[in-house]
Ligand binder design. Structure first.
Ligand SMILES: Cc1cc2nc3c(=O)[nH]c(=O)nc-3n(C[C@H](O)[C@H](O)[C@H](O)COP(=O)(O)O)c2cc1C
Length: 169
């Protein structure tokens, strides 16, 4: 007999592959040790006060330190950051991940100097949803690169954005 739950999960996963999302590196620092992971489950919540949400698997190595530190950064990746994605999603561990990329400290949080956009946040709330935490952060500081070329993720692949209609010459 069909297992509707397994089927619904498979359909959900396939449907989600149709989402195109911007890849971010979520980072934090606790007792001088940096933690980071790649994430696409990142969204703006409200502009007043500026608030952002990130969904983090409770089993990820950043989960506990981020909640303990009470601060984190969201580093939106630029196309040039494609090599960082596998490193920050399992290939390297802990501090090793930060040996790659141009990292600076902003308000005590690890920020990519050349991030497409970066947000330093103070932890506002955590909502537990099964395997994940929905982490809400109030943005203390935001910075960005003027030229827009974000690194996107679609159907399990890294992709780029392009305008549908080119500007008239
Ligand atoms: C493109 C991409 C997007 C991801 N998005 C998320 C996410 O939004 N939330 C999450 O918890 N994990 C996400 N992951 C998985 C984590 O990056 C990965 O499980 C984590 O870094 C590994 O955990 P570790 O730090 O314990 O090794 C994503 C991975 C990739 C490659």
């Amino acid at each position: 007999m069909n297992n509707p739950t397994a089927n619904a999960q498979a359909q959900f996963r396939s449907a989600m592959r149709r989402f195109t999302s911007t890849i971010c590196l979520i980072t934090t620092e606790l007792d001088g040790v940096r933690h980071g992971m790649a994430a696409t489950a990142v969204q703006s919540v409200t502009a007043d006060p500026p608030t952002i949400l990130v969904c983090i698997n409770q089993s990820a190595s950043i989960s506990q330190p981020l909640k303990q530190a009470g601060h984190f950064a969201v580093n939106m990746l630029h196309l040039s950051h494609a090599p960082l994605v596998p490193l920050f999603s399992g290939k390297l561990k802990g501090e090793e991940r930060f040996q790659h990329g141009n990292w600076i400290s902003l308000d005590g949080m690890p920020v990519l100097a050349d991030a497409q956009a970066a947000f330093v946040c103070s932890l506002k709330d955590v909502v537990h949803v099964e395997t994940h935490d929905v982490v809400l952060g109030e943005v203390c500081e935001a910075r960005f690169l003027e030229a827009i070329a974000p690194l996107l993720y679609e159907d399990g692949k890294l992709v780029r954005s392009s305008a549908l209609i080119e500007a008239a010459a």
